[in-house]
Design a protein around this ligand. Structure first.
Ligand code: ADP
Ligand code: ASP
Ligand code: MG
Length: 442
């Protein structure tokens, strides 16, 4: 992202000396500039939107300048996506964006109305009106620049809250509407926070922070006070959908103080959420910080592939050319020096396409059979402490074996390891690792 410079930069009077005031909400608090983002369940109906308006009013009454970013009402984006598929399986990606971006437009307008109704000056903004300029990767566009100057001008001239439709932008050359990928309103919020030089970006959702694992799966999950950027990046990319991966990348690069907190708290008495921050800010480091899981993974095995140079390229180049992301890869050493098996994973949504591509390239690759499974799940353990501790993953393999859980594939890197297992064991495996690494709430 090239141009997210705030109109009045980090050195401005607005930002200086604010670190202590991030959660003080009384009238005596020093004015801050905030971005408040509300996800789908937080704006699910008019009553919930009124509740959001109360959260915004609290911050405005405290003297803060506020830009709000909203998602579509919960379920709306899924419905719009399904309509596109129903209209045509092979729909035009530009028209898909025109359709799915509309969900956020409704909530932005409704929240502006709800704010005006309780005496808060507010105006809604669509992505192109800001503008939020993106590349032209329709369906998963990247933000290239955000012009925050009009919003900031209206903060000072009119004391007006900006209510911005999340998830969308406009392609800088064609002027067509783009969307930022599922969960993209988080990224809109952090990008706007960077562009207007916000003191913090609050991501309000249906849980009151980032937990050691999905609290809906493990009731013993613990809320984390702080999570390091690197850990949050891994957790998000390995399945914890509480934040979109790109929003964490942006927060890290632009040093946006980002909190995850609940819109279901009493608007008059909110609790603190989880701060995503630099590793150095975290005093008590655990070896493992969190467990994530992703059901969005499918396994493909090519049986009896020739064990010779060039075979891996023959398999993976056509998949890369088709924009299919390959994640875990295992090649078995051949017993006879001639044939081997190769197993790898692709996103579930790409499974049919991947097997079709491999089927076409069968002659060229030279394998006997292609086998696959979509009933698998990838479970990952994440923690910066893994850098300085040995044997962390080995402990997990033993614990999973003791529960009779078979591991199909393994990958490790500096601060995480992942295992691929049968989907039926998802909860058991997540709970086992959660207890194993001492993450259970006591
Ligand atoms: P929103 O609609 O507000 O964007 P999301 O559904 O995208 O909300 O993200 C919030 C959900 O993320 C929670 O309801 C929770 O089930 C899930 N989640 C997954 N992993 C975690 C985690 N480690 N901590 C908190 N929530 C998590
Ligand atoms: N409404 C979009 C989605 O459901 C974007 C978002 O909520 O962040 O993916
Ligand atoms: Mg989300």
């Amino acid at each position: 992202m090239s141009n997210l410079a705030p109109p009045c930069g980090p050195g401005s009077a607005l930002r200086s000396g604010r670190e202590d005031s991030v959660f003080s909400t009384g009238p005596e608090s020093i004015m801050a500039r905030l971005v408040m983002k509300f996800g789908g369940t937080s704006v699910a109906n008019i009553e919930r939107i009124r509740n959001v308006a109360q959260h915004v009013k609290r911050e405005v009454d405290a003297g803060n300048q506020v830009a709000v970013v909203v998602s579509a009402m919960s379920g709306k984006t899924n419905e719009l996506v399904a309509w596109c598929r129903e209209a045509s399986v092979l729909h035009d990606a530009r028209e898909y964006d025109a359709v799915v971006a509309s969900g956020e437009l409704v909530t932005a307008g409704l929240l502006a109305i709800a704010l005006q109704d309780i005496g808060v000056q507010a105006r809604s903004w669509q992505g192109w009106q800001i503008p939020i300029l993106t590349d032209n990767a329709h369906g998963s566009a990247r933000i290239e620049s955000v012009d925050g100057s009009d919003i900031v001008k209206r903060f000072t001239e009119r004391e007006e809250v900006a209510v911005i439709a999340g998830f969308q932008g406009v392609h800088k050359e064609t002027g067509r509407v783009t969307t930022l990928g599922r969960g993209g309103s988080d990224t809109s919020a952090v990008a706007i926070a960077a562009a207007i030089g916000a003191d913090r970006c609050d991501i309000y959702t249906d849980v009151d922070g980032v937990y050691t694992t999905d609290p809906r799966i493990v009731p013993k999950a613990r809320k984390l006070e702080k999570v390091a950027f690197e850990e949050m990046l891994e957790m998000a990319s390995l399945g914890a959908k509480v934040l979109q991966v790109r929003s964490v990348e942006l927060a890290m690069v632009h040093k946006v103080r980002t909190f995850v907190r609940s819109s279901f708290d009493d608007p008059k008495n909110p609790t603190e959420g989880t701060l995503i921050c630099d590793e150095e800010e975290i005093v008590e480091q655990q070896v493992i910080t969190g467990i994530a899981f992703s059901r969005d993974e499918a396994q493909i095995t090519l049986r009896r592939v020739a064990d010779k140079p060039g075979v891996a390229a023959a398999i993976f180049v056509p998949l890369a050319d088709a924009n299919i992301n390959v994640d875990m890869i295992i090649q078995v050493v051949s017993g006879d020096g001639a044939k081997t098996d190769i197993t790898f994973t692709v996103p579930t949504a790409e499974y049919d396409r991947a097997t079709a591509i491999l089927g076409k390239a069968k002659e060229q690759i030279g394998f006997e059979a292609v086998e696959g499974a979509t009933d698998v799940v990838k479970i990952s353990a994440i923690g910066v402490g893994m850098r300085s501790h040995a044997g962390v993953a080995a402990k997990a393999f033993k614990a999973l074996a003791e529960k009779g859980i078979n591991i199909r594939a393994i990958t490790t890197s500096e601060i995480k390891f992942s295992v691929l297992i049968d989907k039926d064991y998802t909860e058991l495996a997540v709970r086992t690792l959660h207890s194993l690494y001492g993450l259970d709430k006591v």
